[in-house]
Design a protein around this ligand. Structure first.
Ligand code: NAG
Ligand code: NAG
Ligand code: NAG
Ligand code: NAG
Ligand code: NAG
Ligand code: NAG
Ligand code: NAG
Ligand code: NAG
Ligand code: NAG
Ligand code: NAG
Ligand code: NAG
Length: 406
């Protein structure tokens, strides 16, 4: 008891002295004096929030600026949300932050963190006036997760030199012109979507990227992955305006998906050996030839292609574990696949290969009637049961047949 009474004043003193630069509760900056207090700390151990209701001087437009120099590290989060009149935010000496969250800053047009190189996560949401970021020298090199959505950014200069990242999600940034990242690996997922306001589209390039867990590209005008070697889960392309896609170094992928890429005419993945999930190609209206897979041998899931192609060439195929569905409105030669099916070694699941269809569908759909009266391709009679049935319009028969095949 006596000891505690004796210590109390000392503890109280220590805690007030440390409180300026360390706090379990979030430090809130609402006026210039708060910013000055933070500026006196080299390292601030805790989180800092700049919320709505900032009471700093306003210019003739009612806009506010905030400059915090001195502080070099914030161990917790820096969260700036809904400070709707904040037009300029500067942390002149800040090198590292935990989470960096900017949200709902309607007029923020200047973001200056000239020393910043490291954040654990970045969440930039609803920053319509922000056209560029200014970070340290070569920019942020380390981050676990990046989310940039609904901003006015025209480029991602400032994070282009990221070396590795776990989660990278950039969506709905209408002015974005290009994404060029130096990352070598995407440990978790990459999602790029709906950044489609710029007149020539969003071009993306990942010159160093070798491995990724999961990647999804939507609405991009070009996609360059020259070093990509392995993707453990899915690699998906949806609604892009790319005219061709090449991944010269890709050898293995979990799932591979090309859907709704309406300008795509050429896919070239010459070194791809195995797809450890399903391989889908659907609704790429300009894609006439699927012949850029000279080494593809093993598909552990389904192969599911539908479209308007006249050639599907998979010369190295040795194994398709799931369903096999190739349906085209174009004239198609199914001879090689019929042989693969008949040998019972290569194609093990439900089998459909059919051309000249009025409405080519995905795996599990009924095979539509032929759009022409001629049998398709040069398929040898008697080796093409499903195809012949389709031409005769035996849709329900086919459905029954499909169930029996597996
Ligand atoms: C920082 O923000 C993240 C995400 O919002 C949260 O999970 C984490 O607990 C925050 N950290 C601190 C120290 O407040
Ligand atoms: C990002 O920030 C926005 C608003 O500031 C918030 O609603 C959202 O939950 C955050 N997302 C993540 C993944 O932290
Ligand atoms: C891509 O963005 C950079 C800025 O990061 C810019 O300098 C460059 O001109 C842009 N390239 C294209 C093709 O738009
Ligand atoms: C492609 O892979 C080869 C062999 O692993 C390697 O030498 C080459 O540098 C890679 N190319 C690119 C562009 O990464
Ligand atoms: C990609 O996978 C192949 C085959 O599993 C392996 O030999 C190669 O080392 C992997 N490459 C990278 C960059 O992980
Ligand atoms: C393929 O997928 C299975 C599970 O679906 C997983 O156990 C295996 O490691 C994967 N192989 C490769 C090479 O990614
Ligand atoms: C992985 O990628 C696929 C296809 O691109 C996508 O549908 C799925 O949502 C992604 N999963 C995660 C966890 O990002
Ligand atoms: C973006 O891609 C999606 C498919 O993921 C598609 O539905 C949508 O129409 C595309 N948007 C534009 C503007 O092309
Ligand atoms: C498809 O793209 C590959 C790789 O870029 C190229 O070598 C090939 O000539 C192209 N094929 C056609 C028909 O354009
Ligand atoms: C392809 O387009 C058809 C017709 O619009 C649609 O029913 C089908 O769901 C699409 N397939 C995929 C995989 O999106
Ligand atoms: C398929 O391509 C031909 C031209 O090669 C075109 O006449 C036809 O409309 C296309 N069909 C579909 C469904 O896109």
């Amino acid at each position: 008891m006596a000891i505690i009474t004796y210590l109390l004043p000392a503890l109280a003193f220590a805690s007030t002295a440390i409180a300026q630069c360390s706090n379990a509760a979030t430090m809130t900056i609402t006026q210039s004096a708060d910013a000055s207090a933070l500026a006196s700390c080299t390292t601030y151990s805790g989180s800092v929030a700049i919320p709505t209701g900032l009471a700093t001087p306003q210019d003739s437009n009612g806009h506010q600026q905030l400059i915090v120099d001195g502080v070099q590290a914030i161990t917790g989060n820096l969260t700036v949300t809904n400070a709707i009149m904040l037009s300029s935010l500067t942390f002149g000496d800040l090198k590292t932050i935990g989470g960096f969250e900017l949200g709902g800053l309607t007029v923020l047009s200047e973001l200056s963190f000239p020393q910043l190189t490291q954040v654990s996560s970045m969440n930039f949401t609803a920053l319509p006036a922000l056209q560029q970021m200014s970070f340290g020298g070569s920019g942020i090199s380390q981050a676990d997760s990046i989310l940039i959505t609904n901003t006015g950014l025209s480029s991602l200069q400032g994070i282009n030199n990221l070396q590795s990242v776990s989660t990278f999600n950039v969506n709905n940034n209408a002015a974005l012109q290009n994404i060029s990242l130096q990352v070598v690996s995407i440990k978790n997922s990459l999602d790029i979507e709906a950044n489609d306001g710029y007149v020539s589209g969003l071009s993306t390039t990942f010159p160093m990227l070798e491995t990724a867990q999961n990647m999804t590209f939507r609405n991009c005008s070009s996609i360059s992955l020259p070093s990509l070697a392995n993707v453990t889960e899915d690699l998906g392309f949806y609604g892009n305006t790319i005219t061709s896609f090449a991944a010269p170094n890709l050898t293995t992928v979990g799932g591979l998906i090309f859907v709704d890429n309406t300008d795509l005419t050429n896919i070239s993945i010459p070194g791809l050996v195995s797809v450890n999930g399903s391989y889908q190609i659907a609704n790429n209206t300009m894609l006439k030839q699927i012949n850029g897979f000279q080494k593809l041998s093993v598909i552990k899931g389904a192969l599911d292609f539908n479209g308007n192609f006249t050639e599907v060439d998979l010369p190295a195929l040795t194994q398709v574990q799931g369903a096999f569905n190739v349906q085209s409105s174009g004239q198609l030669d199914c001879t090689a696949f019929n042989a693969d099916k008949n040998s019972k070694q290569v194609i093990k699941g439900n089998y459909v290969c059919s051309g000249s269809l009025s409405t080519p569908g995905g795996a599990g759909t009924k095979v539509s009637a032929s759009s022409t009266s001629k049998p398709t391709g040069k398929s040898a009679a008697g080796h093409n049961d499903v195809n012949v049935q389709a031409v005769m319009g035996g849709a329900s028969l086919i459905a029954g047949l499909l169930q029996l095949i597996l």
